[in-house]
Design a binder for this molecule. Structure first.
Ligand code: TXA
Ligand code: MG
Length: 356
């Protein structure tokens, strides 16, 4: 067990002293959980291999799953990469600081432990003012994966971080709820056509608006049969899984309500949209309106974690449309569900009731 310090990071000015303490721990090679606008991150000095090693140990993360390096100004990017592709200027102007991560050719300054052995590095500039204050005070780029234990839903509150990481890190900077609620969009600029590796709050539609052509990697929506070929190592691991079994259901509120009512048993919950409530007779937790994808993203991990605390056996989740920020929510949910999706629109009437 490590001695974990609780620090306050609600306001970059008022909490100056704690922010300086967090920065000092990071400079000295320690691990600190910091708030960001997406999810809480488990940070360490990105260029200190021994410090980065501690991140993998605390999370129980496979060594070949690379970390995202966080910077607070564009000047820091130069040292981390061998080349800045032409698209970076327009992307940074539009989306940085913010929830967009770019995969770029790595320089020797970034240790292989940080890049999971790859010759590329993922970089992002967060917008959360406390994250930025800590980055500025530390004066070094910070590697930070989501601060959850490997495999389970990411943390969006300080309480989630305490639940997962107490005694495993040197400090936790407590702050409010993360604004976005799902991790950043990951875009590779190391492919002939820019490729979306992980959808997030910066949408595919917005990226195409800036870049023109952007490919969506098949691993975003499908299970990769040959995991050796995963362009982003994170794709091949179990992700976002609560203890409960997640069943993702596509269909109208009425179809979804009928399906859940038919299949629901003791210990099962409906994780639904507001519109579904009139059609449900099961214990339920709503995670937003059917097309309010930003709200769904904000609630997603908190509701999954809450249902685990309630010892749910199975969670029937109503799937959002895979568009806009809904694509990010859908991408996390299919992984939480182990790619088990019930599509009621595709099934002839009555079929859904007969299966199992
Ligand atoms: O919003 C976020 O991005 C949060 C906050 C803390 O910044 N961080 C985060 O990190 O989500 P993590 O480690 O949970 O997810 C990083 C993802 C993984 O799927 C990883 O495989 C991918 O980014 N990744 C990192 N470096 C990569 C690289 N060089 N090439 C391809 N994928 C990479
Ligand atoms: Mg993660």
């Amino acid at each position: 067990m490590r001695k974990t310090r609780l620090l306050r990071g609600y306001d970059p000015q008022k909490d100056r002293e704690d922010i300086e303490t967090a920065a000092r721990i990071l400079r000295e090679g320690g691990t600190v959980i910091i708030p960001t606008e997406t999810v809480y991150g488990l940070a360490a000095d990105a260029c200190n291999p021994a410090a980065v090693e501690q991140i993998f140990i605390a999370k129980g993360r496979p060594a070949d799953n690379p970390l995202i390096v966080h910077i607070s100004d564009l000047g820091q990017l130069e040292g981390l990469v061998t080349r800045i592709p032409g698209q970076v200027g327009a992307l940074a102007a539009r989306f940085w600081p913010g929830p967009l991560t770019l995969v770029l050719p790595k320089s020797d300054k970034v240790p292989l432990v940080t890049s999971g052995g790859l010759d590329t590095v993922a970089v992002r500039m967060p917008s959360n003012p406390v994250a930025r204050a800590i980055l500025d005070a530390a004066g070094v780029p910070l590697a930070a994966p989501s601060a959850n234990r490997s495999g389970i839903p990411s943390p969006t509150t300080a309480q989630h971080c305490r639940d997962d990481m107490w005694g495993r890190v040197d400090a936790i900077v407590e702050s409010g709820e993360c604004q976005v609620g799902v991790e950043s969009t990951v875009l590779s600029l190391c492919t002939p056509v820019p490729t979306l590796l992980r959808p997030g709050a910066v949408t595919l539609e917005e990226l195409r608006g800036v870049l023109g052509e952007v490919r969506m990697d098949p691993g975003v929506l499908e299970h990769l049969e040959d995991t050796a070929k995963a362009p982003s190592p994170g794709m091949k691991y179990t992700h976002y899984s609560p203890r409960a079994k997640v069943i993702l259901v596509k269909g109208s509120p009425e179809q979804y309500g009928r399906y859940v009512t038919y299949h629901q048993d003791d210990g099962d919950f409906a994780m639904c949209f507001e519109e579904d409530i009139p059609y449900l007779d099961a214990p339920l937790a709503s995670y937003g309106g059917q097309t309010d994808y930003r709200r769904q993203a904000h609630e997603l991990f908190d509701v999954l974690r809450m249902l685990d605390k309630l010892e749910a056996e199975r969670i029937f989740v109503h799937a959002p449309a895979p568009q806009g920020v809904g694509l990010a929510v859908y991408n996390r949910l299919i992984r939480a569900a182990g790619f088990l999706v019930v599509d009621l629109d595709q099934e002839p009437a009555g079929e859904a009731e007969k299966e199992e």
